[in-house]
Design a protein. Structure first.
Ligand code: ATP
Length: 459
């Protein structure tokens, strides 16, 4: 965001901010999740997630039909046409859409009784007990509270930030003026956020303490539609550049809009437990800045030197969870592969640019000067890459260890190396081995793992 865009800058705002900020932003009154309890299992769920999971099952049926048809029609299969014309699939899609629309409308109107009715009509059962004995749906505020002050009597209620975005809004004018930024411009931030999630499950998908990477893009009112489309496309391009498969991503446009938004879409990723939100792109209008103006009594306006007018900018936001991105990459990269000889290997096919170790160097045996030579190679490569040395066990075992670590390259030093300064370099994904000169190693590794090569895919 910051390096490739000359109109986006970074910031590190505070985690604790004045409580009025959260009143102004709407979080005190409206940052709620609808919860429901099962009376038999005593388990608590998010009512909206129960319904969404029900729809995900319908989506899975659609995918099954698509896979079946793709097999039947072979190369002649046209997925788009199939989705539009197959009567059963069309029916499924209609059903899913109608359910989500009703859920969205009921949540928007805060009609929690209808959310419960929907759960009952769909005959959704508790995943733990199978029981359909539900309590009413209640709202639950997600902010963590704490106190500021030396004594209990004068302590002030504080909140841990549930998103990083508000830190950007309240610093908007400071940043704009000191960096002399002209609209359109963005402010980006990476930092911790805290939410008292009702159900924190599915490994690190949903946590109570997590890291967000957000960017607020300040624009002229009226241009939000264009910028919304622009950032949707730009962010999808960023995801696809990691090479984890186009079929694993989709947009999900929101039926229910948050109180601040006039358009919103999620980029969803196919996790092992189904398609789920990975990033949100939100058109937030001037809601946040106007609210902070009102609650602080200070102007938060941009002065346009060309038209000599002041206005409250509109905002386009991109918001992604760093931990959730980590889970995306790891869940997609970890594979069990059957080899030609019938054996299996565990391989972590991390995009090379993200692999924590770029290469491992092995001496074939622990004698004859091979370890010393391997360490010399490490000493040359370590200035550019994170490399490691391993001399334990047979080379095959060492390859397997690095496959599981996600290391893109293994370099083996043998007796021939002593004579002609060449080594074997093995590629993690193809397991192909090449004989190359030591002097070529840096170039070969660099080509694969270089940040620039990756970033330029987005150029
Ligand atoms: P959900 O509806 O799943 O609760 P949300 O729509 O409230 O999520 P946003 O407020 O849009 O999520 O947050 C932006 C991003 O922050 C999400 O796309 C996700 O990647 C990440 N995120 C949100 N909540 C959590 C959490 N509890 N744990 C990990 N990451 C999270």
């Amino acid at each position: 965001m910051v390096q490739l865009n000359d109109n986006i800058v970074g910031i590190d705002a505070a985690i604790f901010m004045h409580p009025t900020i959260w009143k102004a932003s709407g979080h005190v009154d409206a940052f709620n999740d609808p919860l429901i309890d099962n009376k038999d299992s005593k388990k608590r769920y998010r009512a909206d997630v129960l319904v969404e999971d029900y729809v995900a099952k319908i989506d899975a049926k659609i995918e099954k039909e698509v896979a079946k048809a793709a097999k039947r029609f072979g190369d002649a299969f046209d997925k788009k046409q199939f989705l539009e014309t197959n009567p059963r699939v069309v029916e499924y899609q209609k059903e899913g859409k109608a359910i989500l629309q009703r859920l969205g409308k009921s949540l928007e109107k805060e009609d929690l009784a209808d959310v419960k009715k929907l759960i009952e009509e769909l005959e959704i059962a508790c995943p733990m007990s199978g029981s359909k004995n539900w309590t009413d749906v209640k709202q639950f505020n997600l902010m963590f509270g704490t106190k500021l002050g030396a004594s209990a009597e004068n302590a002030m209620d504080l909140f841990l930030r549930p998103e990083t975005a508000q830190g950007i809004f309240v610093n908007f004018l400071n940043v704009q003026k000191t960096s002399r930024l002209k609209i359109p411009f963005g402010i980006a931030q990476t930092g911790k956020a805290f939410r008292n999630e009702i159900v924190a499950r599915q490994f690190i998908f949903r946590m109570r303490e997590f890291e967000q990477m957000e960017m607020q893009f300040f624009i002229q009112p009226g241009t939000q539609k264009e910028w919304y489309e622009y950032w949707k496309e730009a962010r999808m391009k960023w995801h696809l550049s990691l090479g984890m498969g186009e079929d694993n991503y989709r947009f999900h446009d929101h039926e229910k809009l948050a109180h601040y938004a006039d358009a919103a879409s999620d980029i969803e990723f196919r996790f092992p437990f189904g398609f789920k939100e990975l990033e949100g792109i939100h058109s937030r209008t001037d809601f946040d800045l106007s609210q902070h103006e009102e609650y602080s009594g200070k102007k938060l306006q941009y002065f346009d030197h060309e038209t000599h007018e002041s206005y409250v900018p509109y905002v386009l936001e991109t918001s992604i969870g760093l931990d959730r991105m980590f889970l995306t990459v790891f869940s997609n990269s970890l594979r069990e592969e059957e080899l030609e000889n019938g054996a299996f290997r565990t391989v972590l096919k991390l995009p090379a640019v993200l692999a924590p170790t770029k290469a491992a160097v092995f001496p074939l045996v622990k004698k004859d000067g091979l370890p010393e030579l391997a360490k010399e190679i490490i000493n040359e490569l370590k200035w550019d890459f994170n490399v490691l040395y391993d001399e334990k066990d047979a080379v095959g075992r060492r390859y397997r260890r690095q496959d599981a670590n996600g290391t893109p390259f293994c370099i083996t030093v043998d007796h021939q190396t002593l004579e002609d300064q060449t080594v074997t370099i093995r590629h993690r994904d193809t397991m192909e081995q090449q004989r190359v000169a030591i002097s070529e190693l840096r170039g070969i590794i660099h080509k694969e793992v270089d940040m620039k090569t990756w970033l330029m895919k987005m150029g």
